[in-house]
Write a protein that binds this ligand. Structure first.
Ligand SMILES: Nc1ncnc2c1ncn2[C@@H]1O[C@H](COP(=O)(O)OP(=O)(O)OP(=O)(O)O)[C@@H](O)[C@H]1O
Ligand SMILES: [Mg+2]
Length: 258
C-alpha cells in the first residue's frame, strides 16, 4: 500500500531521517519502533506531507473508494505533495502531539473528522439540524468503544491527557480513510483501555484496513503488529515478524535494552 524509498530529512545539522526505506503491506498492521529521536514521527510527517523530504520517494497505492472519490489503480508518487492532497487519497492520522480543537466539544471535534471539509463543518455548526442521525450514531458508537460516551458534550480543553488521546484516536478512525497512521495511540492510556484499543485495531484490520503504528509499549505493539520495522538514527536497523524482532540481538541492544 505504501513504499518509502531512501527518504532523507535533515533539520539544520540534525539528520532526522537518513536513507530510510520500508514497505507497508495492505490489510496488515505494521509497527515502526525505535529509540526516542530515531526519526519515526519525522517519517510520519514526510508521508503525510507536513514535512518536505530532502531526497527519496514515497509511493502510495490507494485501494478503495474514499468518500465520494474513486481512487486506486497505479501507485501514486506522493513525495512532497500537500497534506490536503495526501489526506484526500485516503490517509488518516493520529498525531503524537494533541491537535484537538480545545474550544469545541468532543462531539464537534469528531464531527469535524467525519465531514472532513471545513466548510461543511462550519455549516453544520451553524445549523445543527444538518447533522444526520447516521453521523450522530457513528460518533456515539466510537465514543462508546473508547469508553468516552459520557464526555460527548464536554469541552475538549477540560479533558485529561489520556482522555484527549482517546478522542483523537476516535477522530482518526472516524475520518474517512483506507490507510490509518497512529503515532503513539496508547501513550498515557490506562492498561485496560490499551487492551480495548488493541482489539479495535485488530477489528479494523479484519475489515481490510491497513495500519501503520508508532508505539513504545512493546506488549501492545507485539500483540497487534504483523510486521515490525525498527528504526535507529534515521535508518531501518532491521525488520521482521514480531517474534523475530523480539529476539533479535541488535534490537535488544539498541532499543529493548536487555
Ligand atoms: N521540526 C523539527 N525541527 C528540528 N528538529 C526536528 C524537528 N522534528 C524532528 N526533529 C529532530 O529529528 C530527530 C527525530 O525526531 P522524531 O520526532 O522523528 O523522533 P521519534 O523517533 O518520533 O522520537 P520519539 O520516540 O521520542 O517520539 C530528533 O533529533 C528531533 O529533535
Ligand atoms: Mg515521535
Amino acid at each position: 500500500m505504501l513504499t518509502c524509498l531512501q527518504l532523507v530529512k535533515s533539520f539544520g545539522g540534525v539528520k532526522a531521517v537518513q536513507s530510510c526505506s520500508f514497505e507497508v503491506k495492505s490489510n496488515l498492521i505494521t509497527a515502526l519502533i525505535g529509540p526516542n529521536g530515531a526519526g519515526k514521527s519525522t517519517v510520519f510527517n514526510l508521508i503525510s506531507g507536513i514535512v518536505k523530504a530532502d531526497a527519496g520517494k514515497i509511493i502510495f497505492q490507494a485501494s478503495k473508494q474514499v468518500s465520494s472519490k474513486q481512487v486506486g489503480g497505479e501507485g501514486i508518487n506522493i513525495t512532497n505533495k500537500s497534506p490536503e492532497a495526501i489526506s484526500n487519497l485516503g490517509m488518516s492520522r493520529l498525531f503524537q502531539k494533541s491537535r484537538l480543537f480545545n474550544n469545541l466539544t468532543v462531539k464537534d471535534n469528531l464531527l469535524l473528522a467525519i465531514d472532513n471539509e471545513d466548510t461543511k463543518f462550519l455549516k453544520n455548526l451553524l445549523g445543527k439540524n444538518k447533522i444526520t442521525k447516521e453521523k450522530e450514531g457513528s460518533i456515539k458508537q466510537i465514543l462508546k468503544l473508547v469508553e468516552m460516551e459520557s464526555f460527548e458534550n464536554h469541552i475538549a480543553r477540560d479533558l485529561s491527557f489520556g482522555q484527549k488521546r482517546l478522542v483523537e484516536l476516535a477522530r482518526a478512525i472516524l475520518n474517512p480513510h483506507t490507510f490509518l497512521m497512529l503515532d503513539e495511540p496508547v501513550a498515557g492510556v490506562n492498561p485496560k483501555l490499551r487492551e480495548v484499543i488493541a482489539n479495535i485495531l485488530l477489528e479494523l484490520k479484519a475489515k481490510q484496513e491497513t495500519i501503520l503504528l508508532i508505539e513504545h509499549d512493546m506488549h501492545f505493539t507485539f500483540s497487534v503488529a504483523d510486521w515490525v520495522v525498527v528504526m535507529q538514527e534515521g535508518k531501518v536497523l532491521v525488520e521482521g515478524k514480531p517474534d523475530e524482532i523480539k529476539n533479535n540481538p541488535k534490537v535488544l541492544e539498541a532499543y529493548l535494552g536487555e
